[in-house]
Ligand binder design. Structure first.
Ligand SMILES: NC(=O)c1ccc[n+]([C@@H]2O[C@H](COP(=O)([O-])OP(=O)(O)OC[C@H]3O[C@@H](n4cnc5c(N)ncnc54)[C@H](OP(=O)(O)O)[C@@H]3O)[C@@H](O)[C@H]2O)c1
Length: 266
């Protein structure tokens, strides 16, 4: 029954932008493989989506992407069930807004595993079957952060997001002729659980016009990858911030970075 349907694998589907991506891909007829640590949330999302359209198939796998074995476990889970992944959304992520030195090495290492190694390995594992099929859609949910002044205590957040952007563009240009599009989706402030998880609850009080919804970010990301764009910065205001940040001198950038850090906006 489901054979001709395409399947999207979405990491971090238990909340925020990942949950919205699950909804968008599902509405566009994809079967889903959902992963995150909080399985009960994934099961609740599965139930809600199946009520909308019971003909589509949804599988759920619990995985902690800071575990080095997690990407392989997700890949094996799909292989054992004969699930071909047509679309991969590397969305799972979090912030570590502390001083570089105060963050323990094990915390840095776990962050790099989730944001760099797992993202890269998942693409490496699923890409061969995509190239064989001459169809693939890959989204890496990066951020506006690398385009705007760096926060004083931003940890490794901007560096890993730059990596995700460059990785997306590299994969896109190498494989686009084989029907594989890879897009870096770069949201600015987006309503989700991100700032609560990062212990930055006050950020929620910043003016509403600075914010986008996770639904809009996911809709725009879906359209971008389907139309073969390698990069999208979500929203005209964020694109404007990215543009003006290019022409700001370093000393002003540093002051803005400090201001943003004090306000916990970055
Ligand atoms: N919100 C923003 O303002 C914003 C702006 C720019 C970019 N982003 C990016 O958007 C992406 C999604 O963030 P969000 O805003 O939707 O945040 P969120 O609401 O906190 O959701 C984060 C998701 O990542 C998953 N996750 C975190 N650590 C994980 C781990 N070790 N293993 C597996 N899954 C893990 C969480 O699932 P479990 O906890 O259930 O495992 C959750 O589903 C991130 O990459 C973030 O950097 C967010």
């Amino acid at each position: 029954m489901n054979d001709e349907k395409k399947t999207a694998l979405i990491t971090g589907a238990s909340a925020g932008i990942g949950k919205s991506f699950a909804e968008v891909f599902y509405k566009n007829g994809f079967n889903l493989v959902l992963t995150a640590r909080r399985t009960e949330r994934l099961e609740a999302l599965k139930e809600a989506l199946l009520e909308l359209s019971p003909d589509q198939k949804i599988d759920v796998i619990s995985a902690d992407l800071s575990d080095v074995d997690a990407p392989k476990q997700i890949f094996n889970f799909c292989r054992e069930r004969n699930i071909h992944i047509d679309a991969l959304v590397n969305n799972a992520g979090y912030g570590n807004p502390e001083s570089f030195e105060e963050i323990s090495w094990s915390t840095h290492a776990a962050f790099l595993q989730v944001m760099v190694a797992a993202v890269t390995e998942l693409i490496h594992l699923f890409l061969p079957a995509m190239t064989e099929n001459q169809y693939g859609r890959i989204i890496n949910v990066a951020s506006l952060a690398p385009y705007i002044p760096p926060a004083d205590r931003g940890g490794l957040y901007s560096p890993v997001k730059i990596y995700q952007i460059k990785l997306s563009q590299g994969i896109h240009f190498e494989y686009m002729d084989q029907g594989i599009f890879c897009t870096a989706v770069c949201p600015g402030l987006t309503r989700s659980e991100f700032h609560i998880a990062a212990n930055m609850p006050d950020v929620a009080n910043t003016p509403n016009f600075l914010w986008m919804t996770s639904e809009t970010v996911a809709e725009q990301g879906y359209k971008a990858v389907m139309s073969g764009k390698s990069l999208i910065i979500n929203g005209w205001l964020n694109r404007f911030f990215a543009l003006i940040s290019k022409s700001i001198p370093m000393r002003v950038t540093k002051r803005i970075g400090k201001y943003l850090t004090d306000k916990r906006l970055n």
